[in-house]
Design a protein around this ligand. Structure first.
Ligand code: FAD
Length: 392
């Protein structure tokens, strides 16, 4: 049976000094006061145009990111590839506001696809909806507020970027995943992604939407999506995550007096997540799923479901995905067990990637047990190596 306990497998391509560095990093980001102060200081330094790279690059950046450019991720891609872990290059620009920025991000996505072409170590591309569109515009469109002529044209340009990316995905046969964001822009993103799926997923799943299973409406949406796509003779591509904006969602709902879209408790989210994974695997004939999680139990349940149904571990329609620098014990052990595994490898100029890094640090601080689990695993491996040296 699948086990994630083997730290020798999990860290076999890391040196002792890399493990020690990771240990210190997780020790620091396990401290909420330090993370809060660090995040505040970094945001301030950025807004004051003070240099931050010297502090971030050798620490959090080098741990959670592949590099500042696509090509500088090569060593990471090759290293993961040697353990049969594939890379999803993730250009991590957030909070951009201008067409120039959005076109630049679109071009980065296209460049990641070009990089993926003929490179079996890069099986997917990805983009974030607000990487290619202004948040406020998506919010306005979703709220069905009247748009000015300029805004209508701006929205057409957004749709144009989706089309260019998905068209290229089809030409190069590189599936592309569209990340999920806040509920107040997600419905319009869903609409656009569904349109792309209908257009490009006829022969194989090339466009993947993302479902945040902390939302209680998502299991129903998943079932209806698969049904609607099936009726059209189209594959459904879906990445399943729990969701990264829980506090923000709850706060907004409370402030504006509408029911929270998020399950009331963690077990609710966990059940929603595992049910969705099981549903996708049950419908594997016309559903392709990327199980995006650091939750051991969800990965185990997904893997066991595949095994119980006699589905090949490397079936092209199922992959498991984690973020670079997190949960290597899951990624490396699953890959060694023959499952399809990918890592999101964020890249971009240090300054651009800061919001992503702050989210990672905050997530590791707030997700109960995540940091202590990383520390425990790193410790176990360092001790195992020491014992091995003693034993000769
Ligand atoms: C490959 C990959 C891609 C991702 N892409 C996206 C994306 O496109 N969009 C996005 O939003 N996120 C994305 N994420 C992040 C993801 O949504 C989670 O925030 C993160 O992975 C932690 O969840 P988990 O399943 O790994 O682990 P777990 O530790 O099991 O779960 C933590 C998560 O459970 C939920 N949760 C925690 N407490 C409660 C509670 N009290 N009530 C209800 N729910 C609770 C929250 O979603 C929290 O993040 C991605 C993650 C991965 C690994």
């Amino acid at each position: 049976m699948l086990s994630f306990d083997n730290t020798q497998v999990a860290f076999h391509d890391k040196s002792n000094s890399e493990l020690k560095k990771a240990w210190w990093l997780f020790r620091m980001i396990g401290n909420p006061t330090l993370v809060k102060a660090g995040a505040g200081l970094t945001r301030f330094a950025l807004s004051a145009r003070l240099p931050v790279s010297w502090a971030l690059k050798p620490t959090v950046f080098s741990h959670f990111c592949g590099g500042e450019t696509i090509d500088s991720c090569d060593p990471t891609i090759a290293r993961l590839g040697r353990s049969n872990i594939k890379t999803i290059l993730d250009y991590s620009a957030e909070g951009k506001e201008t067409d120039k920025d959005f076109d630049y991000t679109r071009d980065q996505i296209l460049a990641t696809m070009e990089k993926a072409r003929n490179n079996p170590d890069i099986p997917y591309a990805v983009f974030k909806p607000t990487g290619v569109a202004r948040f406020g515009l998506l919010e306005k469109v979703q709220a069905r507020e009247p748009l000015s002529i300029e805004e209508q044209q701006e929205f057409e340009r957004v749709k144009g970027r989706y089309l260019t990316i998905c068209q290229r995905a089809k030409e190069l046969e590189i599936p592309v995943m569209v990340d999920a964001e806040e509920t107040w822009i997600q419905s319009i993103v869903d609409e656009m992604v569904e349109e792309m799926m209908i257009r490009f997923n006829r022969e194989k799943p090339l466009v993947y939407t993302t479902l945040q299973m902390y939302r209680h409406d998502r299991i129903g949406y998943l079932q209806s999506l698969v049904e609607r796509m099936r009726e059209k003779g189209v594959y459904t591509g879906v990445k399943l995550v729990r969701g990264a904006y829980m506090e923000k969602e709850r706060e907004r709902a409370a402030e504006r007096g509408y029911p929270s879209p998020i399950y009331d408790d963690k077990p609710g989210t966990d059940k929603g997540y595992d049910d969705a994974v099981a549903f996708c695997i049950d419908n594997i004939k016309d559903v392709a799923v990327c199980v995006g999680t650091h939750n051991e139990l969800s990965c185990k349940r997904g893997a066991e479901k595949m095994i119980s149904l006699g589905i090949a571990r490397n079936h092209a329609h199922v992959s498991f995905s984690q973020l670079l620098g997190m949960s290597d014990h899951i990624s490396y052990n699953m890959a060694a067990g023959g499952f399809n595994v990918t890592k999101y490898v964020p890249y971009g100029p240090v300054k651009t990637v800061v919001p992503y890094l702050i989210r990672r640090a905050e997530e590791n601080t707030s997700v109960a047990g995540q940091t202590s689990r990383e520390l425990f695993l790193l410790n176990t491996e360092l001790k195992r190596r020491k014992q091995k040296r003693i034993d000769g």
